[in-house]
Ligand binder design. Sequence first.
Ligand SMILES: Cc1cc2nc3c(=O)[nH]c(=O)nc-3n(C[C@H](O)[C@H](O)[C@H](O)COP(=O)(O)O)c2cc1C
Length: 337
Amino acid sequence: MGPELSFLGYPPGRAFCYDAHAGRNPAQGTRLKTRITELLRIDFPLVQGGLWGLAYAELCGPISEAGAFGQLTAAMHATPADLAREIGRTRALTAKPFGVNLPVHARDFTQYIGVAIAEGCAAFTLTGGDPSRYIEAIAGRVPAIVLVSSVRQARNAERAGADAVIAVGQEGGGNVGRADSGTLALVPQVVDALKIPVLAAGGIADGRGILAGLALGAEGIEMGSRFIAVRECRAADAYKEALCRAGDGDTAIVILPPDSRVRVLAEDAALLAGRSLQDLTAPAQGNPGFQPRGAGQSAGLIGDVPTAAELIARLRHEAQMGLARLHALMTDPPALH
Ligand SMILES: Cc1cc2nc3c(=O)[nH]c(=O)nc-3n(C[C@H](O)[C@H](O)[C@H](O)COP(=O)(O)O)c2cc1C
């Protein structure tokens, strides 16, 4: 840990408690047990979001290998056989569980499900539309987790048989829901409304955010933007640098007709004028011309480009230090188990 900590236990600015130069990480073994860690068979309740255009084996594998849950995005693969090959590439990088994201608004992915499970996909996340027929097709063979942006969507997902939901607030990067709820208000309302476990997402990029999500009742966290600024991610260096440079106010939501909303780097917002969601999904189908850079408000918390393993070790350590700090604030603390 660095020597100069603020009174809150964190160094000022964007520095972190975890000291990569110390050559050892006392938090390497920090494990947290929730229904999400049990469901996904991981030892730290952190999921990498299904990053459109970026979530390939070389990102997903190291994230799972470090004890979080990496994901591939099915949309990047034109056929189920292509996805099977990508799963094989991931398997070469880790023997630990990882998942596949299905953005159901993009096209029909039902044929991908059996192939992905046969190749070793440990869970699906479903986003962008009615998940019912996908949950039916998965048929309980692996967990089905649905991204939601409102209590109504969360209830529908639970009724349809989802094993968990990811409650994503408007702070999040990429496609955000139409309901105008921020993560802080949305997550506890979803937790209160459901019996199944909830993950929190949107605006989270460090150990403080992870702890905050858990404090709201979530049993896991999904992060998107933070995992773009890691070395293994194939995003262009200029994209990673823009995330590192970004401060508060440097992302913006753009409304795409008829009624989709995406959060991108504010400097890219003008690129989206007159575009539709269809244009955004086109690059995966062979049109590489148009690539606005999605980013959450969490970009303001990103200041470097570590490896995935370094980042996850740091996040574990920050969460542990944050918990110790809160414990120390209590005048009559309960025993921690
Ligand atoms: C560039 C980008 C692309 C994304 N693509 C997808 C996607 O294809 N499927 C999905 O479920 N979520 C997608 N997301 C959302 C993330 O999975 C995650 O929920 C979100 O990034 C959380 O907010 P954060 O960026 O503040 O961490 C994307 C996010 C970004 C920034």
